[in-house]
Write a protein that binds this ligand. Structure first.
Ligand code: SAM
Length: 229
């Protein structure tokens, strides 16, 4: 059977799925992540769940074309997945807020029995803030580049102490500082946030709370970078 060609972002995600895992891929769309892992014999079983009928039909075609057995569910988030059916959950290619909403609707994810692989496209700071506030530990962050964009994958587990942090403390986690490429990632983040700060400072309407948060954010990233030199 022909192997599946994955983009660097999806290849990065597959590399983080433990050998022999029972995977639930939420927002599976084309189903490439579970299908390629099943095809390689890397995982024991997989569920592909999606809110859309079109994506699920796409995933069904992909699984059939590659001769693998993928259990498909039409549902929002984890609504059609039972905790005992999987040990690893991937939620990739969605906004950070949607990922947090999906986890909030499935409180069993917070118990610490499942590895969660989360790849937010936007609102990454907000997702970290939500995870820490709801008792999730960010065990690892992995960076990958696709075209000109950098993506981050969070390897997360529940069962941790709940911690409240202001948003400016959530631009990175201690785990991100250990990641390959952390320095380049933080340099790009600093450039972006400094530019946003300059824009705010020049704006005629002044939101002092927002400005204060942005200044702290820039300082926090600068300090982290100094620590990496
Ligand atoms: C951009 S695709 C990402 C596909 C794949 N996970 C990836 O990373 O390449 C987003 C998919 O998430 C699905 N989706 C969006 N919100 C969802 C939700 N609340 N529950 C389940 N699936 C959702 C969409 O239908 C779409 O197929």
């Amino acid at each position: 059977m022909e192997s599946m060609v994955l983009t660097p972002r999806l290849a990065c995600l597959t590399s983080l799925v433990p050998q022999g895992a029972r995977l639930a891929d939420i927002g599976t769309d084309h189903g490439k992540l579970p299908v390629s892992l099943l095809l390689e014999g890397r995982i024991a079983a997989a569920i592909g769940s999606d809110i859309g009928e079109g994506p699920l039909a796409h995933a069904a075609r992909n699984a059939a074309d590659h001769g693998v057995s993928l259990s498909l569910r039409l549902a929002s988030g984890l609504d059609a997945v039972q905790p005992e059916e999987c040990d690893t959950v991937s939620i990739a290619g969605m906004g950070g807020q949607t990922i947090a909403e999906i986890l909030a609707a499935a409180p069993w994810c917070a118990q610490g029995h499942h590895l969660l692989l989360l790849q937010p496209m936007t609102m990454v700071y907000e997702l970290r803030q939500w995870l820490w506030a709801h008792g999730y530990a960010i065990e690892r962050e992995t960076l990958c580049r696709e075209d000109r964009r950098q993506y981050v994958v969070l390897s997360v587990r529940g069962g941790a102490e709940k911690k409240e942090f202001p948003l400016w403390r959530c631009a990175f986690s201690p785990a991100l500082l250990q990641a390959d490429g952390a320095k380049t990632y933080l340099q790009a983040l600093l450039t972006r946030e400094k530019r946003a700060l300059e824009g705010m400072e020049q704006a005629s309407t002044l939101d002092t709370a927002r400005l204060d948060m942005q200044r702290r954010l820039v300082l926090e990233i600068k300090r982290a970078l100094e620590g990496l030199q």
